[in-house]
Design a binder for this molecule. Structure first.
Ligand code: NBG
Length: 799
């Protein structure tokens, strides 16, 4: 496939007007911003079809091996600008719209942010789809078309309040309904023997119906497909009941089926919501596997050859039921024998682990699994018995234990490769969760360090820096991020440093304007912008940052003329609705912000900004304006992090622990260009053995004692002085994430950052080196790793 012929301004303008008139039935003179956005999206979508069709055709014609990425989350965000940029149409569209008196940026802002994910795991899946489309992998992403994505966050009196997200309340212009691609998915019932064969007789059924969204890669050379499933009833509408006036009963089957694709499970760490969540996971996985087998059989005849032509990747354990489900389909519907089905399934499946947190490792009670998926429960038990027979297992190994099905062990045993998402995490996976399984299968665990797409996370979100890079080293970096290496000598060039600083400053001015407009807070663009954006979780330690903010304020008040570096502390992130402690931390940060922002003594030195409803679009706004990137999790807890990579790429310096991909970031950018602090993963384990670790650390730190004292006195909550007594008590006695133990070291690293910031040429030199040395963190590199180590798939593109 070759690149695209790009349409002219006039041609695109005519396309937009055509869609306005014939697709939306609107007159240009009476069209709203929404109408213009829809018409523009349809015009761009038309341009996506050429590469999409061509990629599909080439894949069929060559019989190329296909990759299927199964994920409960795809945090895709807005699509219009992304598509325009990848198709090279940004300027053309801007001009076409200007000719109609429309402003492109307003139209871009009108698009809802599709939040079909919680955080890093879902955003990674979205970056992967784009990278597969850029690198040239014949790929489908499979997920659920949630009617309500991740909840919207508001603050009321500083507390998080959740409201439903409704991205589908308007038509979604990027998707194509595919009612012809529909599959029946069963639940419950029982399994019975018929002529020596097990047959599942489900007690409930729903229909999974497909919606496809094309994803084009850089310069439109290839495209992948995101196929999302919606739940529909399998029974026809009950007219008799309706006519008898029983409207609720008549609508019941539809309501039940739609429940499956109604809401994204709003938590990325704890398994709850139990039955519905298990049903959602099975719904997506079963529909995807039926679709994969149907497509395979339309092209190839021997199912035994499946792994030669198909690679299926499981994004965490959420789709881990794929092992038994693929075996069930092969055996019960396609007459394959047990051993062969198991061999074929294992050779086809790969599993990515994204967390070591014990509360996030999925387990289902055998009772629930047996009642929702009785046939699968049988299969799981036999897989487990086979594994026990084939290997001398220690007693701790086993998929089914203590009346629970351990989905991680199931995914491990049913996959030919298991990968972690950063070098450190993959080693910890071997040493901890899969310690025993790793001993039995020493070649199975591998590492694929995460990455991010430079198209969205640089070219789209940071045009100022992108243009400067184009002018300085050419635009090759967009496709080959390693090309950033050629920027390195410019770190020594004073004239370049000036331009680099000017680009950063322009981004900060833009962010300051937005903060003023949306929150009414006045911030100084020459202050250091210090940014922590991610889900709210104790292990990510927003609390540590909050404590340091209080200590800094306290010190500034005591000696306002001591030459402090002015700072703006940004926080962004949502807490799971039922996560009490995280919500308390949000409340505290907002109370602290309210107090500090009202202080006339420190007003020119310190501000705290926590914009509500952090999402992909907000990340695109904040990241290009960051000076300092907060990556301060308790070592050993953050599997990788990907925000850390985005911030580095955009020229922020990191203050961080040796956790997740921070380790690799620091190795690559150089220890001198990174503010390291805190205990190592080993150190954390050792320190925890001392049950008095928190008390001792607090007693040794005047700063931290002052902070806790101020909070306890109600300094930030005068209307309710004891509001945070529980939180302070936990800091003294139940500090599981070692906030106290790391506090002083964090404080020191922050002061080193302050000092460096006061010497702009040094700061900028280091920031430039961070950009120049972050080419490794492209998701294109990650995808190439999966292709070589796990999928055995070559690129379909020639160059
Ligand atoms: C998250 C990790 C992050 C990691 C992303 C993507 C889950 C279960 N895990 O550290 O916490 O960057 O996955 O791999 O959401």
């Amino acid at each position: 496939m070759s690149g695209l012929a790009r349409p002219t301004v006039d041609a695109l303008r005519a396309k937009i007007l055509h869609h306005l008139e014939y697709t939306l039935a609107k007159d240009a003179g009476h069209s709203s911003r929404y109408d213009w956005r829809m018409a523009t999206s349809f015009a761009i979508r038309d341009e996506m079809l050429k590469p999409w069709f061509a990629a599909t055709r080439q894949t069929y014609d060559t019989g190329a091996k296909r990759v299927y990425y199964l994920s409960m989350e795809f945090l895709i965000g807005r699509l219009l600008e992304d598509a325009m940029i990848n198709l090279g149409l940004h300027e053309t569209i801007a001009a076409a719209l200007a000719a109609e008196g429309q402003t492109l940026s307003d139209i871009i802002e009108d698009e809802p942010d599709a939040a079909l994910g919680n955080g890093g795991l879902g955003r990674l899946a979205a970056c992967f789809l784009e990278s597969m489309a850029t690198v040239g992998v014949p790929a489908h992403g499979y997920g659920i078309r949630y009617e309500h994505g991740l909840f919207r966050q508001r603050f009321e009196g500083g507390q998080q309040v959740e409201t439903p997200e409704d991205w589908l309340s308007q038509p979604h212009p990027w998707e194509f309904a595919r009612p012809e691609a529909a599959y029946i998915v069963g639940f419950k019932g029982h399994s019975e023997l018929r002529r020596g064969k097990s047959v599942w007789v489900p007690g409930e059924t729903v229909k999974a119906s497909a919606y496809d969204t094309p994803v084009v890669g850089w310069q439109g050379k290839w495209a992948s497909t995101l196929r999302l499933w919606a739940g529909l009833p399998t029974t026809q509408f009950d007219l008799e009941r309706f006519n008898n006036g029983d409207y609720t009963a008549a609508a019941a089957p539809e309501a039940l089926a739609r429940t499956l694709s109604r809401v994204l499970y709003p938590d990325d760490t704890t398994p709850a919501g139990k039955e519905l969540r298990l049903k959602q996971e099975y719904f997506m996985t079963s529909a995807a596997l039926q679709d994969i087998l149907r497509r395979y059989q339309s092209q190839f005849s021997t199912l035994a050859d499946l792994p030669k032509h198909v690679a299926i990747q499981l994004n965490d354990t959420h789709p881990a039921i794929a092992g038994p489900e693929l075996m069930r389909l092969l055996m019960d519907q396609h007459d394959m024998g047990w051993d062969e089905a198991q061999t074929v399934a294992r050779a086809t499946l790969g599993y990515t682990n994204h967390t070591l947190l014990p509360e996030a490792l999925e387990r289902w009670s055998t009772y629930l699994m047996g009642s929702v998926l009785p046939r699968h429960m049988e299969i799981i038990q036999r897989i487990d018995e086979d594994h026990a027979k084939a290997h001398k297992r220690p007693p701790s190994v086993g998929i089914v234990q203590h009346n629970e099905v351990k989905m991680g062990d199931l995914a491990f045993i049913m996959s030919h490769k298991v990968n972690g998402v950063s070098a450190l995490h993959s080693e910890l996976v071997k040493e901890t969760v899969f310690h025993d399984l790793h001993k039995l299968h020493p070649d199975r665990i591998t590492n694929e360090t995460n990455g991010v797409t430079p198209r969205r996370w640089m070219r789209l979100s940071n045009p100022a820096l992108s243009t400067l890079l184009d002018e300085t080293i050419g635009e090759g970096w967009t496709r080959d991020l390693d090309h950033l290496k050629t920027l390195e000598p410019f770190a020594q060039d004073a004239a370049f440093r000036e331009k680099f600083a000017a680009a950063k400053r322009a981004n900060k001015v833009a962010l300051a304007g937005w903060v003023q407009d949306t929150m009414g807070i006045d911030i100084n663009p020459d202050a250091m912008f210090d940014i922590q954006i991610k889900r709210l979780h104790e292990y990510k330690r927003q609390l540590l940052n909050c404590f340091e903010t209080i200590a800094l304020w306290h010190n500034m008040r005591q000696t306002p003329d001591a030459g402090w570096t002015p700072r703006v502390k940004f926080f962004g992130g949502k807490s799971a609705p039922g996560y009490f402690v995280a919500k308390e931390i949000i409340h505290l940060i907002n109370d602290v912000a309210r107090t500090i922002n009202a202080d006339p003594v420190t007003g020119h030195l310190l501000k705290v900004v926590y914009p509500p409803n952090y999402n992909v679009s907000m990340a695109q706004r904040l990241i290009p304006a960051a000076d300092l990137s907060e990556q301060i999790s308790t070592a050993g807890k953050e599997a990788s992090g990907t925000g850390n990579m985005k911030l580095t790429l955009n020229g922020a310096l990191t203050i961080g622990t040796l956790d997740g991909a921070n380790v690799e970031i620091r190795d690559l950018v150089g220890a001198d260009n990174f503010f390291l602090f805190g205990l190592t993963a080993d150190g954390v384990e050792k320190r925890r053995k001392n049950i008095n670790h928190a008390r001792e650390a607090i007693e040794d730190s005047q700063n931290l004692r002052d902070v806790l004292q101020m909070i306890v006195e109600g300094r930030f909550s005068p209307e309710e002085p004891d509001r945070y007594h529980g939180l302070v008590d936990r800091a003294w006695h139940h500090d599981h994430y070692l906030v106290a133990a790391d506090f002083d070291s964090y404080w020191e690293a922050q002061r080193a950052a302050d000092a460096l910031y006061r010497t702009p040429q040094d700061w900028n030199r280091k920031a430039i080196l961070n950009v120049a040395r972050s080419g490794f963190f492209s998701s294109d590199r990650t995808i190439r790793g999966y292709m070589a180590d796990i999928w055995d798939v070559p690129s379909a593109l020639k160059d």
